[in-house]
Design a protein around this ligand. Structure first.
Ligand SMILES: NC(=O)c1ccc[n+]([C@@H]2O[C@H](COP(=O)([O-])OP(=O)(O)OC[C@H]3O[C@@H](n4cnc5c(N)ncnc54)[C@H](OP(=O)(O)O)[C@@H]3O)[C@@H](O)[C@H]2O)c1
Length: 236
């Protein structure tokens, strides 16, 4: 089995990569850091004898770079794509009226357009195969507004919309589409809060990865359309 994971070097994407690699999957991961990708590849390939990890330096804000990455994946995986995980994303806190100029554009490019362009590149091969799963990493910010959510929330509402449209379009082709909407989860983005909050206040990235593993392992007859995960004590 194989999977493509954008932003597979840190946080939630990395936890998903760890999970799949430990089961011997072939992975194609991307991020902006060559060093992080090389270190991740070494660790992941050590988790299971069958695991092969391909890496590519990609800035997912760049449409042409995303399309080139899509072509690389198709070539390397021989057009056989089992799971695509549109995970790469950034969160710049702020209000619509105070956040920096360009925050909206930057988060729409990273959190929405990347998923749109990569999916468009890969879906024809999945349709040919009449099987596959696309997972879009949305957020609780995809269905509710909260202080300091600003343009992040706009981008994640849009990503959920993209995911819902895709679900309707692809169901007759045998391709599943799942929108994952986590609340606060320990990751690189939350590193600055480590000394202010107890470890148990946020979810672990592994909790999201375990949920995705369950989603992947359902029979062909069932799809998880949407999943909401929250810290046990609720939102921060
Ligand atoms: N953590 C949470 O509380 C939480 C909650 C709900 C949803 N989410 C969503 O879950 C996803 C992962 O978040 P995370 O918290 O795990 O983030 P993270 O720890 O900051 O990791 C983000 C990953 O995406 C990559 N990335 C970021 N910008 C990129 C770009 N322009 N091009 C290519 N790769 C890029 C990063 O690598 P480089 O920086 O090296 O490129 C890294 O591998 C995001 O979509 C986020 O919105 C997170």
């Amino acid at each position: 089995m194989n999977a493509i994971i954008t932003g597979g070097t840190k946080g939630i994407g990395r936890a998903i990569a760890d999970k799949l690699a430990s089961h011997g999957w072939q992975l194609y991961i991307c991020s902006r850091s060559k060093e992080d990708l090389a270190a991740t590849k070494t660790t992941l390939e050590g988790l299971h004898a069958d695991t092969i990890v391909h890496t590519a330096v990609v800035d997912v804000r760049d449409k042409v770079a995303v399309q080139t990455f899509g072509n690389l994946c198709l070539e390397q995986l021989g057009g056989q794509i089992d799971v695509l995980i549109n995970n790469a994303g950034v969160f710049y806190p702020g209000s619509i009226y105070t956040e920096e100029d360009g925050a909206l554009e930057s988060m729409i490019e990273t959190n929405l357009y990347s998923a749109y362009h990569l999916t468009r590149k890969l879906v024809p091969a999945m349709i040919n195969k009449k099987k596959g799963l696309i997972i879009n990493m949305a957020s609780i910010a995809s269905f509710m507004a909260y202080p300091n959510g600003g343009s992040y929330s706009i981008s994640k509402f849009a990503l959920r919309g993209f995911s819902k449209v895709l679900r309707e379009e692809l169901k007759e082709h045998g391709i599943k589409v799942t929108t994952v909407m986590p609340g606060a989860t320990w990751s690189h983005s939350w590193a600055g809060m480590k000394d202010q909050l107890p470890e148990s206040r946020l979810m672990k990235a592994e909790d999201i990865a375990d949920t995705i593993w369950s989603v992947i392992n359902l029979s062909d007859a069932a799809v998880v359309e949407e999943v909401v995960l929250r810290p046990q004590l609720g939102d921060l």
